[in-house]
Design a protein around this ligand. Structure first.
Ligand code: PLP
Length: 395
């Protein structure tokens, strides 16, 4: 079996597992119980992890709030700001290609009387397909805009938005900026100061850490961001997110980010080369194949491990069923909890048929050249078979 679905989730790195294990078996105290050494040791581990994660994104430790993942971080950021700061206005700005964990909370706010402007991205035919033009943010900001939410890297086509420019515009206009950086942290340099973001979500399981743990960066330097908590109880995380901390998860999350950063330059180059090999191999073997999303070069347009292709005259679902040994995903319906064809590919102006015929490859740390060669063969064979079947059924 070959796993090439690293945008969905990643294998936990064995070095991360090693770092976590003592916190299940020996150091299992509650970090809130600081009156004994079990608790204080757990608290020290959480403090170290918080400091390390903060340093990795250019934040200070008190600006990192631990959550259960990016979905919760996005909800806390968007709902937290709008509930606390409604008097500043009720207009929100985001982008059509955001993850559902941003779009759904926005939609709920829309039903509660907020007005949401969703910006378009560059469409099919553009080398920057899927990328936002920051001028659009500038044009959309109004006096009553409370929050702008723009992801850093897209989970389907890997498009990287020019966030520093968006940050500069928001700062100039005095509007808060939230960024869903879930697919970006660990894959590229991410610095909250350089991007000028006020809130930023990220998640451990996308970067070879465990599932069920993530973080929200909340700016505490001027201007200080005020949020309404969404989960109340024991008052952990400065009252912003109650609940006993997931100590092994947090330790693993921090270790995972450290490993990504240590290996970042070489891993980016390695993934980009693997992706080129995959793309070239498929183009040589398969006719009528189109690239969805931005061009592969330069690397600052697109995540290095991402390749999203459409295979004309083939149903993505059927294709995946033919390739059970190769884990990828498709923009066609029913491959996830969401029964709709990909809203991202549709927003890029890609024909419905080609949306259904799409495959997303997410290359990651554990993929090798050999995996890529097997994937090329597997996909090419399956596409040929399905096309032949399609032709004979039309006769
Ligand atoms: N945002 C983006 C861009 C994602 O790719 C994902 C993962 O699917 C999420 C948010 C949700 O993250 P989590 O699974 O940590 O809740």
């Amino acid at each position: 079996r070959i796993y090439m679905d690293n945008h969905a989730t990643t294998r936990v790195d064995p070095r991360v597992v090693d770092a976590m294990l003592p916190y299940f078996t020996e150091l299992y105290g509650n970090p809130g119980s600081v009156s004994h050494s079990f608790g204080s040791e757990a608290m020290e581990a959480v403090d170290r992890a918080r400091a390390s994660l903060a340093a990795a994104v250019g934040a200070s430790p008190r600006e990192i709030i631990f959550t259960s993942g990016a979905t919760e971080s996005n909800n806390l950021a968007i709902r937290g700001v709008t509930e606390r700061q409604r008097r500043r206005g009720d207009h929100l700005i985001s982008v059509v290609t955001e993850h559902k964990a941003v779009l759904d909370p926005l939609e709920r706010l829309g039903r509660r009387g907020f007005e949401v402007s969703l910006l378009e991205v560059a469409g099919a035919g553009s080398p920057q397909m899927g990328i936002l033009d920051p001028q659009q943010v500038s044009d959309a900001i109004r006096d009553d805009t409370v929050l702008v939410s723009v992801m850093l890297a897209n989970n389907e086509v890997g498009a990287i938005h020019p966030l520093a420019e968006v940050g500069r515009i928001c700062k100039e206009q005095g509007v808060l900026l939230h960024c869903d950086a879930t697919q970006a942290v660990g894959k590229m340099n991410v610095n909250v100061e350089a991007l000028q973001v006020d809130l930023m979500s990220f998640s451990s399981h996308k970067l070879y850490g465990p599932k069920g743990v993530g973080a929200l960066y909340v700016r505490r330097r001027q201007p200080h961001v005020r949020l309404q908590s969404q989960i109340d109880g024991g008052g952990q995380e400065g009252g912003l997110r109650s609940g006993t901390l997931n100590v092994p998860g947090i330790v693993g999350f921090a270790r995972a980010v450290e490993l990504c950063l240590d290996e970042l330059p070489s891993e980016r180059a390695r993934l980009a080369a693997l992706r080129q090999r995959l793309y070239d191999g498929l183009r040589n073997r398969v006719e009528k194949l189109t690239l969805n999303g931005p061009v592969l070069d330069p690397l600052d347009f697109r995540l290095p491990g991402n390749l999203n292709l459409s295979f004309a005259d083939v149903d993505g679902e059927a294709l995946m069923m033919k390739m059970r040994q190769l884990a990828v995903s498709s923009g066609s319906a029913c491959t996830s909890a969401n029964p709709e064809p990909s809203h991202v590919l549709r927003a890029l102006g890609i024909d419905e048929d080609l949306v259904r015929a799409s495959l997303r490859f997410g290359l990651g740390r554990f993929n090798t050249e050999e995996d890529v060669d097997v994937a090329i063969e597997t996909v090419a064979t399956a596409v040929e078979r399905l096309r032949r079947l399609g032709q004979s059924s039309q006769k």
